[in-house]
Design a protein around this ligand. Structure first.
Ligand SMILES: Cc1cc2nc3c(=O)[nH]c(=O)nc-3n(C[C@H](O)[C@H](O)[C@H](O)COP(=O)(O)OP(=O)(O)OC[C@H]3O[C@@H](n4cnc5c(N)ncnc54)[C@H](O)[C@@H]3O)c2cc1C
Length: 826
């Protein structure tokens, strides 16, 4: 029999100690509590400032879907959520309002059609149906919709809606049944912190000591984070829907209708239509702070601002122009700078977790998000790729009010806009510029943005404006980038690589602890550079980086700048406080220029007095060399598969070195390149990109990085035992490289890989291989749960599905370009 407990009110005292304290009783807090209890944890306390759902959850529209996501993590989270909500009533005895009415997403343009076809092909791998239907069929399913301009609809029968309050109450009830104590009207006002751990919360009802803390306070999470010294960059923003009077022909089984191009969705509500808006220019709210006591709150709607969007939305369902509006609702929702939620262990502390910033998807992600959080807390790492959800990906500067407010303006609409490849944010730009920025702009750079850095993506030739025309086909810069690619393969090029993060680890114990953290052996002579992964106890990858030994007691770690908070936190957590090893982020101390290509030696030899020959300056070594008046650290490495050096230049010498290189480079035909060319070049070499091709769910062995794991080194390394077990049991998959036989189609991400007609995985990242002459990509190949041998990979015949059409592909476990590394080691 179902056992229901009432919420603990002020009459009951708070416990003095708990294992976990969860802050916030919205859908996310309740789901986290529910899933922690499911994993068998006891002594869990949830604290809610007002009443459950009083924040944002109470007014959500309740759309739930998994048919529309183009990322494996989102699909896994939403698919689980749907399944959970379907079964929650039976488990908890509380209705959830779950209605499996389906959803139709409209395609009105060729580009949207291509995008949705790609998404549909991707989702099929996950068992999510997204079926292309004709405009006629759309009309049959939604008779009041205007379908005249449609090219197609995409019907996801598994989707639907719930009542967000009921779902949250059911989750809370399920949590209580698992022993969770919930206290309403209990507001967290401060934290007790000792070193890198929170030891307790202070509330209006007293203190609780605890082992773990989870900040699920919705739009208040930023303030709660500040109390604990944790950066939670999110911005409350206005979010609207309207509800009409009842309309003939509108019934409760009507599918949800989504018109991305009109930034609107439509569903039945008490016999009328609820239509919601994702306007492209939205309004950040509560710029001076969330009003005190804001519970079950609404925002006064701004009719003038919203009317143009409302009128546009009405055109899809013309009857809306002639019915009474019963409610024009505006509520606040939290938006993050990159449209991803912020989940996981905060890098600043060792027992403080966050789950916030759900960008208007908190209900439909709620079930899965709670599951992921519980697994993160209990097991240390969840079994989904966290690249796009991990709070540690956020940079501290992103929490400045101006950055948040400027960026938030475009985030709501971005959810509905075309998801073109290489799409860049338009607002809150130019936060971080390398020292070369103005020179590069003059040279025709088109800039992308990564971790706030403006990086050169490609260069427009003289007389051409560096502006992108987005599409799913060859974008306007395709040929320019191809020329940059060829110049790198045939001559010499220069890339502003200042987006590389740099961390120094110094001290007598540096080698000892780094060697235990790294899977490769870093007990190398001074001047050597080592490529390595950092693993967790499960043997999966936490970081992918290089270390260079600068001195007996000094290492330089190079990693993508966006991973700096995670990498620093990992070091701090794995180097004991009393060890003689100091960690310093020196990213801003050096600019980086990456000189690559077969002529790079000749070129650099002409700008330095240093000896650059293979004997004097071997592959994977660093030396200090002179360029003009400056001393720079030159590192002989490559991410493009050619002879080359990365130059680490003291920031104040940046322009001097740059100008010197450009001046002498003229004689060598030195050409600027951008990150698009870099991506094409590295894909031909199948060099892995952490966060794209590989992530926290992969082991180095399965993704082809076994050569960088040193099982026999003295003292072992974190994750060694798990990798040894994996060697015994066999690999779950392998990650070969694919090359399309047809030179026309383009690979980006998510295209399904077929082996002998059976889906076996998807492309993790793809691009055009200008030397190989077709699209190239990497992706895992599985074998229906069986171990995957080299022979299994090599013996198959492969095709890759792009937007529903399958193209034959070649496969290789060795890089298709220069497998012998002849060009790199020369
Ligand atoms: C108009 C609108 C429509 C939406 N429609 C949908 C939809 O159709 N589908 C969908 O998936 N999502 C939708 N959303 C988004 C969804 O509502 C949110 O993403 C979700 O509710 C966020 O849940 P949460 O638990 O993170 O936050 P909240 O629900 O805000 O919960 C946070 C809780 O923390 C409590 N709290 C704050 N400070 C403290 C403190 N100091 N101590 C203790 N407790 C504290 C608050 O009182 C609050 O109850 C919509 C949002 C809006 C605004």
């Amino acid at each position: 029999m179902l056992k229901m407990q009432s919420t603990e009110k002020s009459s009951k005292n708070l416990p003095e100690h708990a294992k976990v304290v969860i802050i916030g009783g919205g859908v996310i807090g309740c789901s986290t509590a529910y899933h922690l209890a499911k994993l068998g944890w006891k002594d869990i306390v949830l604290l809610e400032r007002a009443q459950l759902t009083a924040g944002t959850t109470w007014h959500a529209a309740g759309l739930i879907e998994s048919g529309g996501f183009f990322s494996e993590t989102s699909v896994e989270i939403t698919k689980y959520t749907l399944e959970l909500y379907r079964l929650l009533e039976a488990e908890t005895g509380l209705a959830t309002g779950y209605k499996n009415v389906g959803m139709i997403t409209l395609a009105n343009t060729r580009d949207r059609l291509e995008e949705l076809r790609r998404v549909a092909a991707f989702e099929r791998e996950y068992g999510v149906e997204l079926i292309e239907i004709s405009p006629k069929k759309v009309k049959e399913l939604w008779p009041l919709a205007n379908t005249d301009d449609l090219l197609a609809g995409f019907y996801s029968p598994g989707d639907g809606r719930v009542n967000p309050v009921d779902v949250t109450m059911a989750l809370a009830n399920g949590a209580r049944m698992g022993g969770v104590q919930i206290f309403e009207e209990t507001s967290v006002t401060d934290f007790l912190i000792k070193e890198q751990r929170v030891t307790g919360v202070i509330t209006n009802k007293g203190e609780i000591r605890a082992d773990f803390f989870v900040n699920c306070a919705g739009m208040w999470s930023r303030e709660i984070g500040k109390l604990a010294g944790v950066s939670v960059p999110l911005q409350p923003t206005e979010h609207y829907y309207l509800i009409t009077e009842p309309i003939d022909g509108i019934h409760a089984d009507l599918p949800v209708l989504v018109d991305l191009d009109k930034y609107a969705y439509y569903r039945e509500e008490v016999g009328g239509i609820l239509f919601g808006l994702f306007e492209p220019v939205s309004a950040p709210w509560a710029l001076d702070g969330i009003p005190k006591g804001f519970s079950f709150g609404e925002i006064k709607p701004n009719w003038d601002r919203m009317m143009p969007y409302v009128e546009e939305a009405m055109k899809r369902v013309p009857i809306l122009e002639n019915v009474g509006i019963h409610k024009f609702f505006c509520g606040p929702e939290s938006f993050t700078p990159d449209i991803g939620p912020m989940m996981g262990l905060a890098p600043e502390l060792d027992n403080f977790y966050v789950a916030a910033g759900f960008n208007s998807l908190g209900i439909l992600m709620g079930g899965g998000a709670g599951k992921v959080m519980a697994q993160w807390i209990v097991e240390g790492v969840p079994d989904v790729d966290i690249s796009e959800i991990d709070i540690a990906r956020m940079m501290p500067f992103e929490n400045t009010p101006k950055y948040l407010q400027d960026r938030a303006v475009e985030i709501l609409g971005a959810l509905f806009e075309d998801g073109y490849p290489n799409k860049q944010f338009k607002r809150a730009r130019n936060a971080r510029k390398s020292a070369f920025h103005d020179r590069l702009r003059e040279a025709g750079a088109y800039f992308g943005v990564y971790a706030g850095w403006e990086y050169p993506d490609w260069f427009a030739p003289k007389g051409v404006e560096p502006k992108v025309e987005y599409s799913w086909g060859r974008q306007n810069w395709f040929d320019y980038s191809a020329a940059e690619h060829h110049a790198t393969r045939e001559n010499v090029t220069m890339l502003d690589y200042s987006v590389m993060g740099k961390i120094l680890v110094q001290g007598r114990d540096a080698e000892k602890y780094l060697n235990y953290i790294c899977a490769n052996d870093v007990a190398v002579p001074v001047g050597r550079c080592v490529y390595t992964q950092w693993l967790n106890e499960k043997g999966t990858i936490e970081a992918d980086l290089t270390l260079t030994r600068l001195a007996e007691d000094k290492y330089l770690i190079l990693t993508a700048d966006g991973t700096i908070p995670a990498v620093q936190a990992w070091l701090r957590r794995h180097i004991p406080d009393d060890a003689h090893a100091v960690i310093t982020n020196i990213t801003s101390a050096y600019s980086v220029l990456n000189i690559q290509g077969p002529k790079s030696r000749d070129f650099l030899s002409s700008v330095t007095s240093a000896e650059m020959s293979n004997d004097a300056f071997p592959f994977l070594s660093m030396q200090e060399i002179d360029i003009g008046y400056s001393l720079v650290k030159a590192l002989r490495v490559t991410y493009v598969g050619e002879l080359g050096w990365e130059l680490y230049i003291p920031t104040e010498f940046s322009l001097h070195v740059f100008d010197t290189l450009i001046e002498i480079g003229e004689d060598f035909g030195l050409k600027h390149i951008g990150l698009q060319a870099l991506n094409s070049l590295r894909l031909e070499k199948a060099y892995r990109d952490y966060g794209n091709d590989i992530d926290n769910t992969d082991t180095p062995l399965e993704v082809g990085l076994g050569a960088f794991v040193k099982f026999d080194k003295l003292g072992g390394f974190i994750g060694r035992d798990a990798l040894l077990r994996l060697k015994e049991s066999g690999f779950r998959y392998r990650m070969p490289q694919f090359l399309l036989k047809d030179p026309e189609p383009l690979l980006y991400y998510g295209e399904i890989i077929y082996r002998d007609g059976i889906p076996v995985g998807h492309i993790m990242s793809g691009g055009y291989g200008h030397t190989l002459g077709a699209s190239v990509g990497v992706g895992p190949v599985e074998n229906k749960g069986e171990a995957v041998s080299r022979d299994f990979i090599n013996s198959g015949t492969y095709e890759i599905d792009i937007a529903g059409i399958r193209y034959p592909a070649e496969v290789s476990l060795r890089p298709m370009y220069d497998p012998e590394l002849k060009r790199v080691r020369c």
